[in-house]
Design a protein around this ligand. Structure first.
Ligand SMILES: Nc1nc2c(ncn2[C@@H]2O[C@H](COP(=O)(O)OP(=O)(O)O)[C@@H](O)[C@H]2O)c(=O)[nH]1
Ligand SMILES: [Mg+2]
Length: 440
């Protein structure tokens, strides 16, 4: 089922970046109107759910025993009976109750989220509960970074014009949030140059700072020529998730697969992390949550490249739009693991040279500057095209986003702020900076 409201990956990127300033009263009206509409929408959804349950109560939902298909390589394709006509199948009913989210209260977080959406030129009728909830989560997720970085800064800013002393303090704050030397220098230089030209009032100073921060995050996105990453139509898209152990590759893949399915893309997952025994089972649970088929091989130390080989074959025969590949958490110092990644790339290039390949480095925000070192180490072997930042929640190092953009020069494509299936969204620099510098 394609839910129009949820088609993030299909969304026109220009919508996301259009910015316009609204008056405070307008935005409060806007927020109230949006809240009423969403509340009504939620009520209707719930009534429909009750109706569906009543209608289905007599239907017997039978789940067949899980059986795998063995092909000549020993790679298994587990799948849904309704989608494919294979003889050994796994039927996966989706538990949508764990996916649908409720609208929270009409409070400061709601109005702040509504303001951020309105400032991007998004119409009240076009927003969804998911979008509102996401902004609340993003703001909450950046709270630790904000406490160490922004609260101090905003206190110092006060209501007075920006002074050179405040700019000096900003340097320390940026470095402390792991923004890195290059981004920090760039921001300070811009602020100092601007201050030499003009006196900046508190609001103007903050606005200038926000614009500068956005600019740093946007640069690699603009250079890539792709504003909002989404699968290309008409070709096989292959998205590799790479990164060291425990950063959140498998979780991110699970959330992305859900996003892809809700956006209407036919999706397949390749379980190419054969290094850890439990990796396939963890991935299977994520696949089941979105009813996505999985290509896997349970035997220990199966060849990841062979799994990718079979997954591409399956993707081609089933007309898949988007194939996700989970990979092992290889340490950048371990050469053989980098070799494994190169081999996977080679298989893709040979078998599907026309494929549109994205290689996303998953970075744990709480690792701060270490993450940046990982990015540099992975960049070559994995031919990285972008970054997904995870675990922004609970980390005070959200500033690392600026280091990734300015030093690794990689576009940030997704951010994760929790372990839930909806705790990940495409990266939007305007929203990120607004959440980071939120006053309330
Ligand atoms: N709080 C939080 N935890 C996360 C996030 N992403 C992943 N995790 C958790 O991090 C741990 C490692 O994730 P996993 O996907 O297995 O990492 P992998 O080894 O890179 O595949 C798991 O407990 C996840 O639930 C996130 O955005 N926020
Ligand atoms: Mg994993």
């Amino acid at each position: 089922m394609i839910d129009e409201d949820l088609s993030y990956l299909n969304k026109n990127s220009s919508e996301q970046n259009a910015q316009s300033e609204g008056k405070a009263e307008d935005s409060l009206d806007w927020a109230k109107e949006a809240y009423e509409r969403l509340k009504k929408q939620q009520q209707e959804r719930k009534e429909k759910e009750v109706e569906n349950i009543a209608n289905n109560s007599s239907a017997n939902l039978e789940v067949s025993d899980k059986v795998d298909i063995n092909n000549q390589r020993g790679t298994h394709l587990t799948t849904d009976t309704q989608v494919l006509n294979e003889n050994k199948l796994e039927q996966v009913p989706i538990d949508s109750s764990s996916i649908e989210e409720d609208l929270g209260d009409f409070n400061q977080t709601f109005t702040w989220s509504a303001e951020v959406l309105a400032a991007q030129g998004i119409k009240s009728k076009d927003i969804s509960i998911d979008e509102i909830n996401w902004l609340g989560k993003l703001k909450q997720g950046l709270e630790k970074t904000r406490k160490e970085f922004v609260t101090d800064l905003l206190d110092k800013y006060g209501d007075d014009p920006l002074t050179p002393e405040v700019v000096d303090d900003l340097e320390m704050l940026l470095l402390r949030s792991d923004a890195g030397v290059a981004a920090t220098d760039e921001i300070l230089e811009a602020l100092r140059t601007r201050l030499n030209e003009d006196v900046l009032g508190a609001d103007q100073g903050l606005k200038f700072l926000k614009e500068k921060l956005c600019e740093i995050l946007e640069l690699p996105i603009k250079s890539s020529g792709i504003n909002l990453l989404s699968p290309k139509k008409g070709v096989l898209n292959i998205w590799l998730l790479v990164g060291v152990n425990g950063v959140g590759k498998t979780t991110t893949l699970g959330k992305l697969a859900n996003l892809a399915v809700r956006s209407g893309f036919s999706t397949l997952i390749a379980a190419a992390d054969t290094f850890r025994a439990a990796a396939v089972e963890q991935l299977r649970i994520w696949a089941q949550r979105s009813s996505v088929s999985l290509v896997a091989n349970e035997s220990s130390n199966a060849d990841p490249a062979a799994i990718v080989f079979d997954a591409i074959g399956a993707a081609k025969s089933k007309n898949i739009d988007l194939l996700f590949v989970d990979t092992a958490g290889r340490l950048q110092t371990k050469n053989n693991l980098m070799e494994e990644l190169k081999k996977i790339r080679k298989v893709i290039d040979q078998l599907s040279p026309e494929a549109n390949v994205e290689s996303l480095l998953v970075l744990d925000a709480s690792q701060g500057q270490n993450g940046l070192k990982q990015a540099m180490a992975f960049a070559q072997a994995a031919q990285l095209t972008g970054v997904a930042i995870t675990k922004l929640d609970g980390s005070s190092r959200g500033g690392v986003a600026f280091a990734i953009a300015s030093e690794a020069k990689l576009p940030i494509r997704f951010v994760g702020v929790g372990e839930g299936i909806k705790d990940l969204r495409p990266f939007n620099s305007f929203e990120f900076v607004e959440a980071l510098l939120a006053k309330k």
